[in-house]
Design a protein around this ligand. Sequence first.
Ligand code: FAD
Length: 326
Amino acid sequence: MSGILVYALHHDGAFNKNSLGAVSEGARLASELGTECHALVLGEAAGLPDELCASLGRFGATKVFRVEGPEGLAQPIVDAMATVIGDGGHEYALFGGGLLGFEIGAGLSARLDAGVCMEVTNVRVEDAKLVAERPILQDSQVSDVHYASGVGVIIGRLNAFEARESGDADAVVEDVAVEFAPHSLRATMVTRGEQRGADVNIEDADILVAGGRGLGKAEGFEQLEALAGALGGAVAATRAVVDAGWFSYAAQIGQTGKTVSPKLYLAAGISGAIQHKVGMQGSENIVAINKDANAPIFEFADLGIVGDLNKIVPRLTEAVKARKGG
Ligand SMILES: Cc1cc2nc3c(=O)[nH]c(=O)nc-3n(C[C@H](O)[C@H](O)[C@H](O)COP(=O)(O)OP(=O)(O)OC[C@H]3O[C@@H](n4cnc5c(N)ncnc54)[C@H](O)[C@@H]3O)c2cc1C
């Protein structure tokens, strides 16, 4: 057995960044193992032209298995991955993470009786085998996970793997016919879209203005939208405000949300709980506004402002606009 099979999610004629990161990581590991990285894409035939599938070659996939079937649902993808692994003898299946990656990876490991590790932030080669590194105990320690079973399933933490173009070679595209299990076709996709905070992909934004419960109410986000607009950034949120329905889940940062590393992370009315910190601690500069001088966020902020955000944020917005000649 050899080879790494990566699932690549696409939507509207493009692969998502998380999947491209997984393909890049698969290619890096395959090269260290002296094997190949293959990708699997699944969808309606019309939405998967040769050029799109072959473009995964630029991220290091040597072959792309194209499967015609219902797009964006976990079980058909489990069927397809299991079929290709059964035929090709891949030793590892790699996913970029996110809700769909978790669901497919878990289903695949159950189907193949394979070992699975989720929330992986790094993978290394040791004695010609892959070892997955997974943060534990609220990200304070890293555990090593070795695979004892025939196939190892690795599910990354969302965006843990960087998308890297490694050349301009096209991948070979091979069509595979998959017989889907009846239960896999019982769920149907009613509608599909992409939810983004303030129409900007927060994972790509250089500047994030994040709001927490200190905003007091959903309307409190309006002042953050104004500041983010002046700075040319996007708005993010804590779980507390997402759970309260004040802001979209797509913008949630933290353990159960997204991991970001912008140049500037401005946190307003955020206490700095460990579950939030793990999603933004990689930011280059952290600025915190909090009325409580003892708030935990001040322990890891580069610049702390103690005061009422309702007074500071509007003045900051005016100052930024004035500085930019607005
Ligand atoms: C399993 C698990 C997973 C979790 N995952 C996540 C996650 O992914 N992301 C996440 O964010 N949280 C997560 N949490 C929740 C986390 O523990 C915290 O409860 C949450 O981050 C707190 O959000 P907050 O900072 O908005 O609210 P709070 O902790 O209530 O903090 C509000 C802050 O605003 C300040 N404030 C109040 N009024 C003002 C004002 N006028 N001006 C300035 N400051 C003001 C207060 O001093 C306070 O520090 C998770 C929890 C668990 C158990």
